[in-house]
Design a protein around this ligand. Structure first.
Ligand SMILES: Nc1ncnc2c1ncn2[C@@H]1O[C@H](COP(=O)(O)OP(=O)(O)O)[C@@H](O)[C@H]1O
Ligand SMILES: [Mg+2]
Length: 243
């Protein structure tokens, strides 16, 4: 996929094969994401979406292909390196510390000026402001997801990878949270990749989308183009059989 000229490439994935041990679950993925862009990674369960995000985040070694993030090759032998260099992953399971407060969960992610990073994260998720002293385990599902996102933002990333943010949340909450990803891409110039089951909501905030099925890219294009494809919704649930 070519980028509009003048935009800085944040994620550059070419011919990526990814998987677990000898098993390949993503084949030949090409994905280029610029600073300030939001790309939706769509596809049915088991298509390889989470595997792709884990590999880009440097938490799972690539099996084959070239993988550059923020101008550096991703090295899964040094899993801390991606985070240190500006990559934040909001994993499907959120991975919060329930026995710590909201503020303490945020502090764990911050390397620089603590108050500035907290204030910046809270400015995008103001509902968390009054909850800073509350234990994460006492938050609602939506508030926990806000905290997971705020924690990622507090690490002041340049690349933000968000896996199924809407899992278990009411659509009305998803409608509030997804546009925040568009805003941080626009305001802070983050390159954002979202994996999302609510495809039409995802396409409404994304610039482009890639659809995976059984580990292969079956469709890619602008969010506008894909939103107009009526077969896309079926493909999300049925895989390439529906395309
Ligand atoms: N830790 C793992 N070890 C082995 N296979 C896995 C592991 N995690 C996921 N898989 C397999 O990889 C494939 C893709 O999974 P995943 O990337 O989680 O899909 P998606 O996020 O699109 O639902 C599935 O067949 C899944 O069973
Ligand atoms: Mg997944």
């Amino acid at each position: 996929m070519d980028l509009p000229t003048g935009q800085q490439t944040a994620i550059d994935v070419r011919g990526l094969h990814a998987g677990y041990g000898p098993t390949t679950v993503v084949r030949n993925l090409n994905l280029v994401v610029a600073a300030g862009e939001v790309v939706a990674l769509l596809g049915p369960n088991g298509a390889g979406k989470s595997t792709t995000l884990l590999t880009i985040a440097g938490l799972l070694p690539a099996q084959k292909g070239e993988l550059w993030v923020l101008g550096r090759p991703v090295d899964a032998k040094r899993p801390w390196s991606a985070a240190r260099h500006g990559v934040a992953l909001v994993p499907e399971e959120r991975a919060l510390f329930f026995d710590l407060t909201v503020r303490e969960n945020l502090l764990l992610a911050i390397r620089g000026d603590r108050q500035k990073a907290i204030d910046s994260a809270i400015s995008y998720l103001p509902a968390l402001g009054p909850l800073l002293g509350r234990l994460a385990g006492q938050l609602s599902g939506g508030e926990q997801q806000m905290l997971a996102l705020a924690r990622a933002l507090a690490s002041e990333p340049k690349v933000l990878l968000v896996d199924e943010m809407s899992l278990g949340l009411a659509p009305v909450i998803v409608q509030r949270l997804l546009p925040i990803l568009r805003t941080v891409a626009d305001d802070l110039g983050l390159a954002v990749v979202i994996v999302e089951q609510h495809i039409h909501m995802a396409l409404s905030v994304a610039d482009r989308a890639v659809v995976l099925s059984h580990g292969d890219v079956v469709l890619a294009g602008s969010a506008k183009e894909l939103a107009a494809r009526r077969d896309l919704l079926a493909s999300q649930y049925l895989g390439d059989a529906a395309l």
